[in-house]
Design a protein around this ligand. Structure first.
Ligand code: MG
Length: 168
């Protein structure tokens, strides 16, 4: 890869359910930050929709296999696993390919919880895993205006766009 710049987009959605025995929801973790919330993501790993989208944005920019190909959801190694591991692998691939982050823009869409109070901590957590400055990471919370699955609180989704630049 010799392009000076590469852009990537990542998207993820997880269904939200009550914890067992009523449902199959895990504790809600967004960008590595735990949230107190009555419902949580259904997923093979910890279901961190933010880290999954960011991971896929980096992998997409690199033209690498995606998160589902690298970490299959039928592999017992990733059962309940910390999604930080997935992001760390994407960062390793980015560094090996000779790229670094110019900037990352993340949009998290849900009705609840309100992300505002945790936004700073979420950005810090992402930047620390990416090994970049806080000024290179932006995160926005939006609602889905109470319509469709996300708006009715039955799902949560995230979009992430990342720009990489060649180091040398
Ligand atoms: Mg996911």
């Amino acid at each position: 890869m010799t392009c000076p710049l590469r852009i990537g987009h990542g998207y993820d959605l997880h269904r939200l359910e009550a914890p067992p025995p009523e449902g199959a929801g895990r504790s809600l973790i967004l960008a590595g930050i735990p949230f107190q919330h009555p419902v949580g993501p259904v997923g093979h790993s910890d279901g961190d929709v933010v880290l999954h989208a960011v991971t896929d944005a980096i992998l997409g920019a690199l033209g690498s296999p995606d998160i589902g190909q690298l970490f299959p959801d039928d592999d017992p190694r990733w059962e309940g696993g910390d999604s930080k591991i997935f992001l760390e692998e994407a960062v390793r691939r980015m560094t090996d390919a000779g790229y670094r982050i110019v900037n990352l823009d993340v949009t998290v869409i849900c009705e609840r919880p309100k992300l505002g109070p945790a936004k700073g901590r979420m950005i810090e957590q992402i930047a620390s895993t990416l090994g970049c400055g806080l000024d290179r990471v932006n995160l926005k919370g939006k609602t889905h205006e109470r319509v469709d699955a996300v708006g009715e609180g039955r799902a949560i989704e995230t979009h992430a766009v990342i720009l990489l630049e060649r180091i040398a």
